[in-house]
Ligand binder design. Structure first.
Ligand code: AMP
Length: 417
């Protein structure tokens, strides 16, 4: 049975907490952005305040085995400073028995990178490139078998389990999903997970109408499932960025050199048809900022998005598109935004995306519920100084996308079931 962090009695208990401390480090192993660490602090502090002790576990990067570059020892001091408590370090997550057993209320232990073990992800490593299908299957079976011991061993350190790692909630890994079964009556979400789940719920299940989704980014293929799920739920769907051009081409528009996926034109058409049948308004870009050069010094011209010359490429939403979208956003009560509406990395082509951030902030000020997710959208909101002027900024790109595809995330299901 699922427990709740606010109600659970942590006194004298050891809590093993999965966090997402996969923070960016520079070449001197200094943290360049500690957002993910800060995001987990309320949960960690709560356990300590209520008389519990902490065993913190996370991954860092994508090591292929033990690799000092990806050691969590680099972040021990920072975590300790943010938490306001000393943090002990177990330099092998499978050899922390004594350190865990000795933990007293109020004490904190951080385990070394879980992904130093293939068992965390349950995927075989070091397979020869020319391995046969049988060899692959045998290696997979082997790691799945040893994964059981890995999970059991992690679970043996603690009395209760908290998952506060939304960023990896879409993965069925040892520490994000499998471990929960060892704590049938002592498993719960941390505050970050609770917040993310509520935010998604506010949009997908409890939305105040009108509900508008703004989906941008490069490719239809990477967000097809998202669009398919949303078209059955929203009142308005704004499709911008590179992916918008596949839709414009599907409707017969001339898109020049703009990014598009011909093989997805039938899918784009099917989404347009479904939207029409369901009375959902789809807003594509009507005016494009186009260029012939991918640089910040490039010349740009405005064209109707359906009449871009053959040797020009649409790279941002033009003012006319933004005026239409602005009105749709302003008239909405709930807004979900994922993905840039232009080539955000180049400041010259980032204006449309920054403008969306601005419109979301003003809609929020007027009482709309706004949820922002995905790397570039979050960066746009942060760059404009609006991170606290929208209702919720999601910390998990991939996890958020899978949630808005309508999938139940393994890390969430494991706590609830
Ligand atoms: P995604 O990872 O799918 O959210 O897409 C983000 C990427 O979409 C960013 O790298 C943007 O540069 C890219 N993008 C957005 N609009 C365009 C466009 N019109 N043409 C090419 N790339 C774009």
């Amino acid at each position: 049975m699922q427990q709740y962090i606010d109600k659970y009695d942590f006194a004298g208990k050891k809590a093993i907490v999965r966090v997402d401390f996969n923070v960016p480090l520079n070449e001197n192993f200094v943290i360049t952005d500690d957002t993910r660490i800060r995001a987990a602090i309320p949960t960690l502090k709560k356990v300590l305040e209520k008389g519990g002790s902490l065993i913190i576990m996370s991954h860092l990067g994508r090591p292929k085995g033990v690799d000092a570059k990806f050691s969590l020892k680099h972040i021990v001091d920072h975590v300790s400073a943010k938490l306001g408590a000393p943090v002990k370090f177990a330099d092998d997550c499978m050899k922390a028995d004594e350190l865990a057993a000795a933990l007293k209320p109020g004490e904190v232990l951080l385990l070394e990178n879980l992904r130093f073990y293939a068992e965390e992800e349950g995927k075989p490593r070091g397979l020869a490139e020319d391995a046969s299908d049988e060899e692959k299957a045998a290696a997979k079976a082997k790691v799945k078998e040893s994964q059981k011991e890995f999970v059991k061993h992690l679970a043996s350190y603690a009395d209760c389990y908290i998952n506060d790692a939304f960023g990896t909630a879409h993965r069925a890994h040892a520490s994000t999903a499998l471990i929960a079964k060892y704590f049938p009556n002592d498993k719960m979400f941390g505050y970050l997970m609770e917040g993310e789940i509520k935010a998604i719920d506010n949009v997908l299940h409890n939305a105040q109408r009108p509900l508008t989704a703004i989906i941008g980014g490069s490719k239809v293929s990477s967000k097809l499932a998202v669009l398919k799920n949303l078209v059955g739920k929203v009142d308005n769907l704004i499709i911008g960025g590179g992916m918008g051009y596949t839709f414009i081409k599907a409707q017969g528009g001339k898109i020049g050199l703009s990014l598009h996926e011909d093989e997805l034109i039938p899918d784009a058409q099917a989404i347009l048809d479904e939207a029409k049948a369901k009375g959902v308004n789809i807003y594509l870009s009507t005016e494009a900022v186009a260029t012939q050069e991918f640089s910040n010094e490039a010349q740009t011209k405005l064209f109707p998005s359906t009449a871009i010359p053959e040797d020009w490429e649409g790279v941002d939403a033009g003012p006319e598109s933004l005026e239409v979208w602005k009105k749709v956003i302003a008239d909405s009560k709930t807004i979900l935004w994922n993905g840039p509406v232009g080539v955000f990395e180049i400041p010259l082509f980032a204006k449309g995306t920054l403008r969306i951030a601005e419109e979301l902030a003003s809609a929020t000020a007027k009482g709309a519920y706004t949820l922002v997710g995905g790397g570039d959208s979050v960066a746009a909101v942060t760059q404009m100084g609006f991170a606290d002027k929208v209702s919720y900024v999601s910390t998990g790109g991939g996890a958020m996308l899978e949630a808005i595809e309508g999938k139940e995330l393994p890390g969430i299901a494991a706590i609830r079931e």
